[in-house]
Design a binder for this molecule. Structure first.
Ligand code: IPM
Ligand code: MN
Length: 342
């Protein structure tokens, strides 16, 4: 089976880690055809755009997108780069489910010094606090006003919760729905109500409500009590940095921006950013990107190939390779994963 993959390495460490991830993915699945796009902050400085005007139309023809990282704030403001490349793809392709697995790989200690947790965060990825509705008036004046409106739609909230319940059903049967309905009495009470409505269709799943502050503490104090966690766009963004931290760091945090209806390509990316501070040192951990490539193969229906990648990653980390941030070089870790595939 052949698949057409659009590769967007992007900025900074996005370049070496996606190179590593494609190498590993093509080793398990030689039928992956990869087309690379140079869209990045460099591209912006050369052309005035993060991606060409027909960028979305171009990407639409692919089976999946593998993205490295976007942003180089010293040269292009994040508000320009991210709204010019990453965020429009998530929205345009209705990648409403952002899936982020948080568990310790063998050999990784993690700051909690405890194992036994396996959390799947599912972040709403197209609306909520990232809707982009708002504006500024009286700019620069003493009476300046800035408004950023979080938008929650019945369709948007219901579909992400339904997606979460489906995942919970296939895992340990527990779902935590995250809001802040004690303080935000419109949108978050709405989210709570829809959680209860959808939960009625999944009597086999144990659903709980958490406030976002309380679940932050729980992810640190008792992460083993959580299974599937469903949250809004911004809450999910914040929770998944905690998730990344407890799994040993951003170098291990994979993610998948999924269009569950498969009406457009899904996009796979490590959670980490471009890391300008270490971008030229050759020490970026490719594991988050390789894990993301495994999520990509799984989404393409290649479960066995996806599992082979994860076994190779686990065999590598179990040997202590790539487990301590900055200790092993990107190419050493990549070679070890490729060797584990033999
Ligand atoms: C993430 C990132 C992005 C987000 C940024 C870079 C816009 O933090 O994927 O978690 O907030 O979604
Ligand atoms: Mn984030």
């Amino acid at each position: 089976m052949t698949y057409r993959i659009a590769l967007i390495p992007g900025d900074g460490i996005g370049v070496p880690v996606t190179k590593a991830a494609m190498e590993v993915a093509q080793k398990v699945l030689p039928g992956l055809e990869c087309t690379s796009f140079p869209w990045s902050c460099d591209h912006y400085l050369q052309t005035g755009r993060m991606m060409p005007e027909d960028g979305i139309a171009t990407l639409r023809g692919f089976d999946a997108i593998l993205l490295g990282a976007v942003g180089w704030p010293a040269r292009v403001p994040d508000s320009v780069s991210l709204h010019g490349l990453l965020l429009p793809i998530r929205k345009a392709f209705v990648q409403y489910a952002n899936i982020r697995p948080h568990r310790l790989l063998p050999g990784v200690q993690g700051p909690l010094r405890r194992d036994g947790f396996d959390i799947l965060c599912i972040r709403e990825n197209t609306e909520g606090e990232y809707s982009g509705a708002g504006g500024r008036v009286h700019v620069g004046k003493p009476d300046e006003v800035a408004v950023e409106t979080a938008i929650f739609t019945r369709v948007g909230v219901e579909r992400i919760l339904r997606f979460g319940f489906e995942q919970a059903r296939r895992r340990r049967g527990k779902l935590a729905s995250v809001t802040k309905s004690n303080a935000q009495k419109h949108s978050m009470v709405f989210w709570d109500e829809i959680t209860d409505l959808v939960a009625a269709d999944y009597p086999d799943v144990e659903a709980s409500h958490y406030h976002v502050d309380a679940i932050c503490a729980r992810m640190v104090m008792a992460p083993e009590t959580l299974d599937v966690v469903v949250a809004s766009n911004l809450f999910g963004d914040i929770l998944t940095d905690i998730g990344a931290a407890i799994q040993g760091g951003l170098g291990f945090a994979a993610s998948a921006n999924i269009n569950p209806g498969r009406t457009a390509p899904s996009m796979f990316e490590p959670v980490h950013g471009s890391a300008p501070d270490i971008a030229h040192l050759g020490i970026a951990n490719p594991i988050a990107a390789i894990w993301s490539a495994s999520l990509m193969l799984d989404h393409l229906g290649e479960a066995a190939a996806a599992a082979r990648i994860m076994s190779a990653v686990e065999a590598t980390s179990a040997r202590g390779i790539g487990t301590v941030p900055g200790q092993d070089r990107t190419d050493i870790i990549t070679k070890a994963v490729l060797a584990a595939l033999e």
